[in-house]
Design a protein around this ligand. Structure first.
Ligand code: MG
Length: 388
């Protein structure tokens, strides 16, 4: 195989939180952004195009295509739109690195498209693995593509593992900030408002992931993500609360040595490493100053108050398409909570009921996952009305 070209990349979901930070990293490190995609924030997308001058831009539909062609009439950009647009852009681009930072289910097909081209996939879209981990990892293996994780915990684990043989891993210690409501009891969460829940102690992220972080569903997704990425069974993945989000995860080996990765909480490190791996570049984040760090505190997640972490593990154990139902139900529940339609504590209940009633399909195909996703959205939407 020829040497990988790290001088350019494609960023999918460039208007999101990780996507915008990826553009910062690219600018700082002199990486040419050859293509971008964005579905919702057209004016930000235009701003990004003017600043970063990509060759390609993939859009949602013909309406956004018309709009962008007018907005960017003075620029030389190839706009693509519709279902196949991202796949077409990835195929046409000469970049060896595709960063998928699309949020939610919409990131799954682009992950599959990227893996088909055998380019490096820097993966920030955790739903690809949560929904269809079996299909995604099988495709990566078949095409001999290494998925480089961008999720901070998984980037940390990836770095801690390095070239250690898998059979020496005793357990993965996935750290969690604990979320906004760490230490609270269920009764205290009954009256939580969306505005309150959207404030996260350490990470600045999109709305859904901030709520997922408060319910611990995000950590549940990350356990599933880690199981697929590193091929480790669930009983070898422990979640530990690390309140300051300084230790981004750890790996314990059979000799009881623990290797941890520490840094200030800043996604740009994970993005940069996914591009430079196996090399490293000069830091684009602030160095960690131990003298200003008063303490590192740890705790155990409270799954009574936050049942979502256990729900995610159960769904993974149930196997088949269950985690696809889990993800879809969570998306609907979080939206209903943000819209003021259900309470914070009803989120896990809605998800549990959807997963329990979801179909059991072994060795599911991509179509099975997508059909389950549709089914679960419809099913859990009906449950929204049942919250009284
Ligand atoms: Mg994370």
């Amino acid at each position: 195989m020829s040497e990988m070209d790290r001088s350019k990349m494609v960023i999918l979901g460039s208007t999101g939180s990780v996507g915008s930070q990826a553009l910062d990293v690219a600018e700082r490190d002199g990486i040419q952004v050859e293509g971008i995609s964005g579905y919702s924030n057209i004016s930000l997308l235009e701003e990004q195009i003017r600043k970063h001058r990509p060759k390609f831009c993939a859009l949602k539909d013909d309406d956004s295509l018309k709009d962008m062609r007018i907005r960017c009439a003075d620029l030389n950009v190839k706009f693509l739109a519709g279902d196949g647009a991202i796949g077409e852009m990835i195929n046409e681009s000469s970049s060896d690195i595709i960063l998928n930072s699309i949020t939610g289910k919409a990131g799954l097909i682009p992950t599959v498209e990227a893996l088909k081209t055998k380019k490096r996939l820097a993966l920030a879209n955790k739903e690809s693995l949560v929904i269809a981990g079996e299909v995604v990892t099988a495709l990566a293996e078949k095409n001999n593509v290494e998925i480089i994780p961008v999720d901070s915990e998984h980037s940390a684990i990836f770095q801690c593992i390095g070239s250690e043989p898998k059979n020496t891993i005793k357990r993965i210690i996935l750290t969690a900030s604990g979320g906004r409501y760490y230490g609270k009891k269920k009764e205290e969460l009954e009256a939580v408002t969306p505005a309150e829940a959207l404030l996260h102690p350490t990470w600045n992220m999109g709305a859904r992931i901030t709520i997922d972080s408060a319910t611990l569903m995000n950590k549940g997704f990350e356990v599933i993500e880690a199981a697929w990425l590193f091929g480790v069974p669930l009983d070898k993945i422990d979640v530990v609360v690390q309140r300051e989000s300084i230790i981004h995860s750890m790996v314990e080996y059979i000799d009881n040595a623990i290797i941890a990765q520490l840094a200030v909480p800043d996604m740009r490190l994970c993005i940069q490493y996914a591009v430079t791996y196996p090399e490293r570049n000069d830091g684009c984040i602030e160095p960690l100053d131990f003298t200003k760090l008063s303490s590192l505190s740890f705790g155990i997640p409270d799954t009574d108050t936050f049942p979502c972490l256990a729900l995610a593990k159960d769904a993974f154990r149930r196997g088949g398409v269950s985690a696809a139902a889990l993800n879809a139900a969570d998306e609907i529940a979080v939206k209903a909570f943000l819209d003021g339609k259900i309470s914070f504590n009803y989120i896990p209940e809605m998800i549990a009921r959807t997963v329990n009633d979801s179909p059991k399909i072994d060795h599911a195909s991509l179509d099975d996952y997508l059909a389950t996703d549709e089914w679960a959205r419809e099913y859990s939407n009906k449950l929204v009305g049942g919250n009284s």
